[in-house]
Design a protein around this ligand. Sequence first.
Ligand SMILES: Cc1cc2nc3c(=O)[nH]c(=O)nc-3n(C[C@H](O)[C@H](O)[C@H](O)COP(=O)(O)OP(=O)(O)OC[C@H]3O[C@@H](n4cnc5c(N)ncnc54)[C@H](O)[C@@H]3O)c2cc1C
Length: 602
Amino acid sequence: MANPLLSDRNVEFLLHEVLDTKALLALPAFADHTIETCEMYVQSARKLAREVLYPAYKPMDQAPPALDGGQLRVHPAMHAIYPRLVELGTITATRPPSVGGASLPTCVATLANAYLMAANLSAYGYAGLTTGAARLLESFGTDELRERFMTRMYSGEWTGTMALTEPQAGSSLTDVKTVAKPVENAGHYLVRGSKIFISAGDHDLTENIVHLTLARIEGAPAGIKGVSLFAIPKKRIDPKTGALVSNDVHVAGVIHKIGWRGIASLAINFGEQDDCHGWLVGEPHRGISYMFQMMNEARIMVGLNAVATAAVAYQESLEYAKTRPQGRPLGAKSPESPQVPIIEHADVRRMLLRQKAIVEGGLALVVEAARLQDLSEHATSDDERTRARLLLDLLTPIAKTFPAEKGFESNALAVQIHGGYGYTSEYLPESWLRDQKLNTLHEGTSGIQSMDLLGRKVIAGGGAALRALVDAIEKTIGRAKRAGVPDAWLTRLQGSVTAVGEVTMQLGELGMKGDVDAMMRHSFDYMEMLSIVVVAWQWIVQAAAAKEGLARGASEADRDFYEGKLAAAQYWVSTELPRVGTLGALCRSNEDSYARARATWF
Ligand SMILES: Cc1cc2nc3c(=O)[nH]c(=O)nc-3n(C[C@H](O)[C@H](O)[C@H](O)COP(=O)(O)OP(=O)(O)OC[C@H]3O[C@@H](n4cnc5c(N)ncnc54)[C@H](O)[C@@H]3O)c2cc1C
């Protein structure tokens, strides 16, 4: 059977039984939609993903875009795929009709995008990056900039990029050096500088590309407060002729990547001939705060990339495990007895259940973050919007890091289940493993996300976000109790939530005393601890919905589906939640081996 990319039943489960889609669709912002229109969109994306994007995945991995006389040429398959993504409405699905969008809830678009990403992450990337870049112009650009750039990006005529990173400024964007010099009475700046790793930074899919770029206005203060945001097109419109002419933007080199190979990441030079025009977006020196809007959305997108990449590999290993005959059951003595499919071995099911727990726990988390994004923008009361924003801010680094870190483990399990064949390039799991590694790196490495979580998100507003999380978990526990989820699971979750609260309090006190080093020493362990609890919450949500489904009276296939959910929930609660104690103790212990180790000791 061809790889289904994701379990359709699981997507339906999230849409109908887990997310409160009806309540969301009752909001005025989504008045144009019904559950049927949402389903239709997901189904169209699924069809495109399976029939068009997935068949091109391996060819695109094997023949990455290449430079041809200064112009980057994409894989021929991409020329057929890109217009189909535009036609589906991928770029503007969640945007309002005023800018040509369909105003779909983000959580619905997230489920649709999960299929596209699982099928071919690189192909999706051209559309996804364009949405993010155009969104910045929608939020912060003047009418003129929106007309000049955003409209053409949302229509798919031009694409967009996010141009932040420079060789000396990766995690530390404070150190951006690209310079923008105002041109008197011209309305634009002359930009000069070099960026690196710019994904979709050049291609031959559309005639123009707009780079949303961080740069410093000449004379700006040092540090993060001197960084501004510019829109820099590859080609600019000549005011006299209206034709597109070169804007002095050049590809300086192609990065040779180990994964995500269907889309190019490039070194780009702006202003080699001092003729690169850039347009300031918003106010001077506020570039980082604007970029943060895009980065937060981008972080959740990266979490979804990670889930999707783990999901497609899980589906592949599941099918392989059902069809690969090898060995006999432990009790079968006779060598004459037939071999059994490897899924009959409990140790293979151990790996499959771990993959399922990571993939479906991760997807539920990312979709919940997307639902909070919808509420934070569109809920009708201030109070609801604020609560959703608080929780979303807390969950964002987790929704990015958990699927990336554990997704990599899940992708490695897909290789493992394929045995020696998994270690060959004839089979696909190795390529998804390469693709997945990126997600722990871009949009802020896991280390940086962990420091953001502990240093900013959990302590923001005196711990208000953590209290919002505790409230949400308690609501779930109430629902799960009523549904008949075993008490022992709920007690364990409750105990872990209390433990996280105590650890956070102690670390917060260290911070208040000024011992930031001690507070932050185990931020990565803290991230893992809180991720385990948050994913356990999502597994209890799913267990409650499964119990409710069983109580309604389910078909045999649905009973299997719900039992699978309960097995994965049990697995997470029993094997992962106990680790919260160890990780919490580590965070509180002042254990300082690597912190005090000197560079010369290594
Ligand atoms: C395939 C790919 C695509 C990309 N696409 C884009 C794009 O489209 N646009 C764009 O602007 N950028 C893009 N990037 C860049 C990406 O965002 C950066 O690579 C990332 O932010 C890390 O920066 P760096 O590579 O300079 O690593 P560094 O910042 O040098 O980090 C190296 C290591 O040091 C750690 N570290 C760094 N600083 C600290 C600190 N203060 N405390 C603790 N640990 C620290 C990091 O966690 C990491 O493990 C892309 C990167 C890749 C690989």
